[in-house]
Design a protein around this ligand. Structure first.
Ligand SMILES: Nc1ncnc2c1ncn2[C@@H]1O[C@H](COP(=O)(O)OP(=O)(O)OP(=O)(O)O)[C@@H](O)[C@H]1O
Ligand SMILES: [Mg+2]
Length: 392
């Protein structure tokens, strides 16, 4: 038994650096966030001459808010250091620390890991912070990530207190800059006092990633985390297709990671589209069975033909022409009369509307009706099994 486990643990892997697939890993380059980083750099120019700045970063899930901010702040610290200035950068997740006291405790632990976690009021902790900054002659760059959790639980007093720091300590070269991050607009949640100290124009909005942007992000992650030539380009294509529905980079990286694990499990040398489909199926457990029962017989036969083709070729896409041929054969197997071309196309449309397949133009300059079908939700093998069960 022991040796089976040992064999499995030391069996070769397509993944060369698992760490690069962690959710909190920040790559050195962030594709498609250059403009936003430039905008931040413009906003924070004053910081290198010791004037505090504030900013708010907003965007939907997985659009790179946290990654981009970390990347920016780390760079800013380096740049300031070259100018002989010390910036203490602290990144607090307010979902985990959702009161002013807990945030401040996190901040103070950065300076002194033994700072007691009870017994000090917020005002006292602010005073301790001030002392630390003055002693170090440092600026503070504080990121309040998922700040809506703090605002909801504790209001905006802390933001006000921190930004007010600057008026009082202006001459001591210890300005405090605050970057707030949230999925939703939080300006409406700030009380007037806090709002008055916050520059409303300092906002960076991140949009959902497009399909092609996700493609680049996944490709970068492939080169960081996988051995050379272990991930087929078609697999990257398929991941980008699937994740484009949400525009969420985290989801695309999760799919890549799971597909890699799946390939390893199967002792495959490469991550192929079938592994990606398996990864998605695992992610989306709300599966298909009930939806399949709502399809008619010929829709099921059409879907089965698609599953067969994808399984056989092991590729990301099946060509509609090929699928139609397979459909004719499948109908024969089930002693059904194959329906005419236009009906077949209707079936395809219905299956697509039901969310089983994605259809896109073949894009190879082919004129006419040929299109590419992909099966984003479920491995062809699994789908085929379910369909054959239903059809007998
Ligand atoms: N432009 C990018 N290039 C490379 N990786 C990216 C990019 N944008 C996001 N990522 C990666 O995607 C994942 C999610 O990004 P991040 O955590 O920054 O999202 P977020 O906007 O903070 O989401 P949430 O609202 O859920 O906190 C991370 O692993 C991050 O490294
Ligand atoms: Mg985040």
């Amino acid at each position: 038994m022991g040796s089976i486990i040992e064999d499995e643990m030391f069996s070769s892997s397509v993944i060369k650096d698992l760490h690069a697939l962690d959710f909190d890993y920040v790559p050195n380059e962030l594709p498609h966030r250059t403009e936003q980083l430039k905008k931040l750099a413009q906003m924070f120019k004053p910081v290198v001459i010791d004037i505090a700045q504030n900013a708010f970063i907003r965007g939907p899930v997985g659009t790179g808010k946290t990654a981009m901010t970390k990347h920016f702040c780390q760079s800013l610290v380096q740049i300031a250091r070259k100018q002989g200035k010390i910036i203490e950068y602290i990144h607090i997740n307010c979902r985990k620390r959702s009161t002013s006291a807990m945030v401040l405790l996190g901040v103070l632990n950065h300076f002194d890991s033994r700072f007691p976690d009870r017994g000090f009021s917020v005002q006292e902790m602010l005073q301790v912070l001030r002392t630390h900054l003055q002693r170090k002659e440092a600026q503070l760059l504080l990121v309040l990530d998922e700040v809506d959790a703090l605002l909801k639980k504790d209001g905006s007093n802390l933001i006000y207190d921190l930004t007010r720091f600057n008026d009082e300590t202006m001459k001591t070269t210890t300005p405090v800059s605050v970057i707030m991050i949230s999925q939703k607009d939080v300006f409406t949640d700030l009380e007037a006092a806090a709002l008055s100290t916050f520059k409303r124009s300092n906002v960076v909005v991140l949009e959902k990633y497009t399909r092609d942007e996700l493609y680049d992000i996944v490709r970068q992650r492939v080169s960081l985390a996988f051995h050379a030539n272990t991930v087929l380009a078609e697999s990257v294509d398929l991941i980008a297709d699937i994740a484009s529905e949400f525009g969420d980079a985290r989801f695309s990286i999760e799919l890549l990671w799971k597909a890699g694990m799946y390939a390893d499990e199967k002792h495959a040398k490469q991550v192929v589209p079938e592994h990606v489909r398996a990864a998605k199926a695992e992610t989306f457990t709300i599966v298909t069975e009930t939806k399949l029962k709502n399809l008619g017989k010929h829709q099921l036969l059409t879907l089965l033909s698609i599953a067969k083709r994808l399984q056989k070729e092991g590729s990301a896409y099946a060509n509609t022409g090929e699928v139609e041929k397979t459909y004719a054969i499948t109908c024969e197997e089930y002693t059904e009369e194959a329906r005419a071309h236009t009906m077949f196309w209707n079936y395809l449309k219905e299956i697509e509307q039901a969310g089983f397949i994605k259809v896109k133009p073949s894009g190879k300059g082919q004129v006419g009706s040929s299109q590419l079908i992909s099966l984003p939700d479920i491995p062809a093998e699994v789908l085929r099994g379910k369909l054959e069960e239903l059809l007998t």
